[in-house]
Design a protein around this ligand. Sequence first.
Ligand code: MSP
Length: 651
Amino acid sequence: MKYYITTPIFYPNASPHIGTAYTTVAADAFARYHRLKGHDVYFLTGTDENAQKIVRTTQEKGMDPKDYVDEVVEAFKALWEQLDITHDDFIRTTEERHHVVVKDIFNKLYEKGDIYKSEYEGWYCTPCETFWAENKLEDGKCPNQDCHRDVELLKEESYFFKMSKYQDQLLQYIKDNPDFIQPVSRRNEMIKFIEGGLEDLCVSRTTFQWGIQVPFDPKHVVYVWLDALINYISALGYPDGELYKRYWPADIHLMGKDIVRFHAVIWPIVLMALDIPLPKLVYGHGWYLSKEGGKISKSRGNVQDSFELIRRYGSDAIRYFLLREMQVGTDGAYSEDSLVERLNSDLANDLGNFVSRSLAMIVKYRDGIIPVATQLTAIEEEIQALGQEVILKIEECLEAHDPAGALEHLWRLVSRMNKYVDETAPWQLAKDESQGERLNTVLHTFGEAIRILGILCSPFMPKTTKKIFAQLGVGEEALNWEEAKKWDVLGEGIKVQRGEPLFPRVDLSQFEVEEDKAEEKASAKKKSAEKASSDSEASLAPIKEEITIDDFAKIDLRVAKVLQAEKVPKTDKLLKLEIEVGGKTRTIVSGIAQHYAPEDLIGKQVVIVANLKPAKLRGILSEGMILAASHGETLEVLTLDKEISTGAQVT
Ligand code: MSP
C-alpha cells in the first residue's frame, strides 16, 4: 500500500516558527506511522518562493530575492532536521524541475481554452497572496480571518483560468466523495463557498518579474498560488516520472484551515481540467494561537525562536506538545508555560518516571536482567487487554488524523503502568523470598510495557523511542508496530541499562535567569557607567501612561503578615515567604533576597497584590506579589506604620 503525504510549501519570507512547524510535525507523525505499518510512504515538503511578498520583503531589505530565499530556506531545512522530520523530498519552487512543469501545465490549459487573456481590475492582499472582489472586502480590508490588512487596487492585463466552467463538476465531486475534504466543518464551508458561485481566477501578474514566466507571453509571471499547488506533482516528475506513476494521487494534502480553499477548489479544478485524478483527501487542521488569542505568526510579532525552544526543551518535547495540544477540528493554545507544564507532567512525571523507576527495579532486584514471567494474574491480564485496546485506538485516531487523540489513549497505558508499579509494590515483594516468581512476573511486565511504549511513541517522539530501546537493551529491530500488539516478546537474558532520565523536569525560571544573565552581560558596560554617575542620585523610572480608576480597581491590594521566610536554594535573588491574608496562608516568591535577610521580614505587615495570577518560580507556586519601592541600588518593602487586620484592602 502506498501513502503519499504532503505539507503546504512554506513562504520563505521569514524564518519558520512554532505555528508553521505544526503541519510538518503532524505530517511526519503520520508518515512515520504508515512506514511502521509497512506502507510505501512518500513525504513531500518544500518552499513557496515565487510570491509577491518575497519581492516586497527583499525590496525593503535591499536584497536580491534569490539570495534572500536561499538563506531562509536553509533555516527551514535546519528546523526540519532538528525536529527529526523524515521528508523524502524538499521542493523549492525556484528549481528548474518545478518551472518546467508549471510552464507545461500553463501551456496545456491555454491550449485547451481554459486560460484566456483579459484585464484584472480588483483588489489584492499581498500577505495572503489573494485576489479579492470589492464586495468581499471587510471595511475595505482583507476579509481573511486573522489578516484584515490593507489590500491594493490592481488594474493589469492578466490571464484568467476558467474556474466557473468546472463549478458544477467540482460540487458534484465533493458531494459524491464525502471524505474528500475533512474535517466536515471545512467541507461544509467549501460547499457553501462553491455554491456561492465561482469566478474565473486571475492567474498571471505583470507588475513584477519574480516568478515563472508565462511560456508564450514572458511579460507575465504565473500567479503564485497556481504555481505553488503544482509542486505536489512537479516534485514527482509529472507527467511521466516514475515517482508520479507510483505515488499520485496524493493520499493526503495536510494544511492549516486558512488555505483549504486553495486546495479544495482551485487545485481540484486544475486537475480536472488536466484529466488528472484528484488527491484523496484535503485535510485542514486548526491554528496554534498565542496566549492573547491571535494566530501565531511572524507578522503579529508573537513568535518565539523555534531553535531556542528546541535548545531549551528538546525536539521531542516540542513535537509532543504540538501534537498533544491541538484537538482535532479546533485551534490549539500555545504558550511556553503550557509547554513546560506538559513536559513536566506528561513527559517527566508520567512517562519518564515509569521508565526510570521500573528499570531501576529490574537493576536492583535482578541485576538488570529482565526475568521470565511465570505468575500472570488478573492485573497483568487486564493490562494486556488495555494495551491491545490502546493500540487499536491509536490506529483509529491516526487514521482519522487526530494525533492528540492518539496520544491521549497512549497516556492511558502510561498512567496504568504507573498505577501498576504502586499496586504491585515490588519493593515489598523483594523482601519476601516466597514472592520471587511473582516479582519476576511484575518486572517482566515492566519490561514488556516499556518495549510497547517505545514502539507506540515512535511516530510522535522518535528520539525518545531510541533512548527507551537503548535503556531496555533492545535494538532497532524491536521497532515493529505489529509487535506492539503482543506481550511476551522479550526473550530471556535481556539486560537493561539505566540511562539519563528521558525528560528532566524543567523550571521555566531557569531560562528567565539565563535571559537575565545575558541581558545583564549585554548591558554591563552601560550599567557600570551609569552607576559611577548615579550612585547617589539614581535616575527615576519615568511615570507610566495614564490609567483610569477602573483599571486601578482591578488590582486587589491587601495587607498581609509574613509568617515564615527562607532563601530559595541555588538563587541569589529569591526569598520564599509564607504569608497570612485574612486568616488564610499563601506562598509568595519575591526577588528581594539581596535586600532582606529572611529573619528581618518575619512578623512584618506588608502589602501584596492578592489577585495576581499564580506563577511558578523555581518550581514554587507564587501566589501574589509583595510591593516594594526601589531606586538605584536600594529597595524597601512597603510596610505599615501601625498594625491593622491582615486582609485589609489597600486603596
Ligand atoms: N505558501 C502557502 C502554501 C502553499 S501550498 C501549495 C502558505 N504558506 S505559509 O507559510 O503561510 O503557511 C504554511 C502553513 O502553515 C499553512 O498550512 C498554515 O496554516 C500553517 N500555519 C501558519 N501559522 C500557523 C499557526 N499558528 N498554527 C498552525 N498552522 C499554521 O500558506
